[in-house]
Design a protein around this ligand. Structure first.
Ligand code: NAP
Length: 298
């Protein structure tokens, strides 16, 4: 492929994204703050390693950032060794991290002033979607830039939607997080209820999957809850970051989200436990179990 791509951040999501871009024949330059992870990626999968995001940008036409929170994206894009320091006119930055829509707009404006473009393109579909190249992607920014980058999105995602101007992708993702966290919470309550009432939870999951309670969350996450498989695909700390972003945006917009607040508070009780922040987000069930004095499947 003609377009050269830089990938900044090789965590749970960034690593499979970079791997799928290599599979699609893009020339890739990678940067990761913890350099050993970038070295391992280049040795095992391919690409070239950069020592700073600016160096990755110099070698690329498009740079994908997949880091954690708003300050992290600011650092890798606008920091002293960030993408913008490359001064590469015409460069497009695609930020796929979930961050504040307001911060996104600010970074986008700074990049435009420097002769660069930015799309916000947060994702849904979890680690599995990233590995399989089937992510759902919500894109904000200039439509013309989106159209130019569509082949890149198609190499790593399946359902790709242009949502509007800068920040619209992030707002869509926050909406996704409201709905997904409520869905997960309702599943946690249902499983604890069923288990303490003495139902066969395995049978319950398959019975519910045929009716109106059916969802991606039920079919993919409920079996993991039953297996007590809390290995992180999506960290509690990132879910909490997302719910914080939702509640901050809701305050700015003038919307009350009492349900989301409740879920955020329940996660607080998990996050403060030893090792709680880096468990899988489905460990939310533990908060409901504590209230019930009962563990699912016991
Ligand atoms: P992760 O495994 O924690 O990876 C985070 C990556 O960001 C790591 O490579 C980390 O580098 C890098 N990073 C963090 N802060 C940085 C900074 N200040 N400067 C430079 N690099 C920094 O997280 P993830 O699960 O891949 O998630 C990444 C983003 O995708 C988050 O915004 C998350 O909310 C979103 N997301 C995740 C999922 C999911 O299922 N996991 C799904 C949808 C969206 P180090 O290796 O040095 O720590």
């Amino acid at each position: 492929m003609d377009m050269k791509i830089g990938v900044v951040g090789l965590g749970i999501m960034g690593k499979p994204i970079a791997a799928n871009l290599i599979k699609a024949d893009y020339a890739i330059t990678v940067f990761n703050r913890t350099a050993v992870k970038a070295k391992a990626f280049v040795d095992e999968i391919g690409g070239v390693m950069a020592s700073t995001p600016a160096e990755a940008a110099k070698a690329s036409d498009v740079v994908i950032t997949m880091v954690a929170d708003s300050p992290d994206v600011e650092e890798v894009i606008l920091g002293p060794a960030g993408v913008a320091a490359s001064e590469k006119k015409g460069l497009t930055v695609i930020d796929m991290s979930t961050i504040s829509p307001g911060v996104t707009k600010r970074i986008s404006k700074r990049l435009q002033e420097a002769g660069m473009e930015m799309l916000d393109a947060p994702v849904s579909g979890g680690e599995k979607g990233a590995v399989e190249g089937t992510m759902t992607i919500f894109v904000g920014g200039r439509e013309q830039v989106f159209k130019r980058c569509l082949p890149v999105f198609e190499a790593i995602g399946k359902t790709i939607t242009y949502m509007g101007e800068s920040g619209a992708g992030q707002l869509t993702k926050l909406c996704n997080q409201i709905i997904c966290s409520h869905n997960l919470f309702s599943i946690c309550e249902g499983l604890v209820f069923a288990s303490k009432a003495g139902l066969d939870v395995q049978k319950l999951i398959s019975a519910l999957s045929g009716g109106s309670a059916q969802s991606w969350m039920l079919s993919t996450q409920a079996p993991k809850i039953l297996d007590r498989d809390f290995r992180p695909g999506f960290f509690v700390k990132h879910e909490q970051k997302d719910l914080r972003l939702v509640l901050e945006a809701a305050r700015e917009i003038g919307v009350s989200l009492p349900g989301t607040s409740l879920i955020h508070q329940l996660y607080n009780s998990l996050e403060t436990e030893e090792g709680g922040a880096t468990r899988a987000h489905i460990s939310l069930v533990r908060a409901v179990e504590k209230l019930a004095g009962h563990e699912v499947g016991k």
